[in-house]
Ligand binder design. Structure first.
Ligand SMILES: Nc1nc2c(c(=O)[nH]1)N[C@H]1C(S)=C(S)[C@@H](COP(=O)(O)O)O[C@H]1N2
Ligand SMILES: [Mo]
Length: 381
């Protein structure tokens, strides 16, 4: 322990360099995470849409931001563990509190470390579609992010003198090559190992959203191109208990406006002018894939029931229960010519698992809002 504390490897310079990497990863996660949170919030998107500020282009915008979010979060794990390793003897310091500023410093670190560990753990588990906790993931992940950023700002403010002292590479004898003769590793070696750890995790998972790395995606749960019609499936029809309802030959899509409803059978929908677009499914869990969709533009359906193209809509799924049964679509999205009630995927009738008989596909939207197995559309404003 004494030896570890005095090791020149466990030097503030190492902690500062790791802190910079970790800071960059966390700030990236924070910005993309807030964006994702806002996009999933019906009142926020409706407000942004009325202000003309809801981005729907590029169509892959959310695919990019969420891919970056999950990838940066995964890269942060070795950095966080490495940073903890670089300071852990100081976490066990005795006496635990020496003064008021010291107490503040330690409290901010304790908060930062514990919140960060929980954050990357639940985030990682979430990418495996596993929700083994009783609290709502999205809200918890969001509020923890603020706790982390707050304690990070405090931590950086308190440590600013040390950070500035070690911002630049030191001169020898504590130089970059300085090895601890007792353990035989250099600071540079430790940094390289941690950096390689991060790079290895990124390389073996980023292919869930980045086509160029799809071939070496061995750790992420979803494989690009693997699934019915060459697209992965999130919730299956069995999990959603929609099989029978979706296969019912009497199925029809009900569109309601101003107290009047009109039903469109599958045949009637197919008889309407069809449009084709390449749009991605971009899951909040970090996997995404582009696909070719064909169907009826939502704005076309609105015209047929006498509603303005820029209407706020509520889509309901056949799914009897579940968080994604209902979806609010802001006006900017409804009016977008690429927003479809899709009937076909990659050149064939929608597979039951992808939302047969009809599903929503819209540009720039999180996967959770691409409602499958549609039942009705209501014009709400
Ligand atoms: N009705 C309904 N639609 C849904 C879901 C769901 O659980 N129920 N899951 C959503 C999620 S989380 C994603 S990522 C996409 C995935 O579409 P896919 O399964 O066709 O790839 O569907 C969305 N549509
Ligand atoms: Mo998803």
């Amino acid at each position: 322990m004494e030896r570890a504390v005095r090791s020149p490897v466990r030097h503030p310079r190492l902690t500062v360099v790791l802190g910079r990497w970790l800071g960059a990863a966390f700030l990236t996660c924070f910005a993309t995470g807030v964006f994702s949170h806002v996009l999933q919030d019906a009142s926020a998107t409706t407000a942004l849409s009325s202000a003309g500020l809801l981005p729907t282009r590029p169509v892959s915008l959310y695919r990019i931001t969420q891919g970056v979010h999950v990838t940066a979060g995964i890269a942060a794990i070795p950095l966080l563990l490495g940073k903890l390793w670089s300071v852990y003897p100081r976490l066990l310091e005795w006496p635990p509190v020496r003064s008021m500023p010291h107490a503040l410093e330690r409290a901010s670190i304790a908060l930062f470390v514990s919140a960060s560990l929980v954050q990357v753990t639940i985030g990682l588990i979430n990418t495996y579609q596993w929700y083994p906790w009783p609290f709502p993931f999205r809200q918890t992940h969001y509020w923890l992010a603020w706790v982390i950023i707050g304690s990070l700002v405090l931590h950086v403010a308190i440590k600013l003198p040390v950070i500035l002292d070690h911002w630049r590479r030191p001169l020898r004898p504590h130089g970059r090559g300085a090895a601890d003769p007792r353990v035989g590793v250099s600071r540079r070696g430790v940094l390289a190992a941690i950096g390689l750890g991060s790079a290895a995790l990124v390389t073996t998972t980023a292919g869930q959203s980045l086509p160029a790395l799809a071939g070496v995606n061995v750790l992420a749960p979803r494989r690009m191109g693997v699934g019915p019609q060459g697209v992965p499936v999130n919730r299956t029809s069995a999990q959603a208990a929609v099989g029978e309802l979706a296969r019912d030959p009497g199925w029809a899509l009900t569109v309601t406006h101003d107290g009047r409803s009109r039903s469109f059978t599958l045949e009637a929908l197919r008889a309407l002018p069809q449009r084709e677009h390449d749009l991605p499914i971009a899951c909040v869990e970090g996997w995404s894939q582009n696909a070719h969709w064909r169907g009826v533009p939502v704005r076309e359906l609105l015209t047929l029931v006498g509603a303005p193209a820029a209407s706020t809509l509520r889509f309901t799924s056949l799914e009897p229960q579940g968080s994604y049964r209902e979806m609010t679509m802001p006006a900017a999205c409804a009016a977008d010519e690429q927003t479809l009630v899709a009937l076909e995927l990659n050149g064939a009738v929608l597979d039951l698992e992808h939302g047969y008989p009809a599903r929503v596909i819209a540009p720039g939207r999180p996967g959770v809002l691409q409602t499958k197995w549609l039942s009705s559309v209501e014009v709400i404003v």
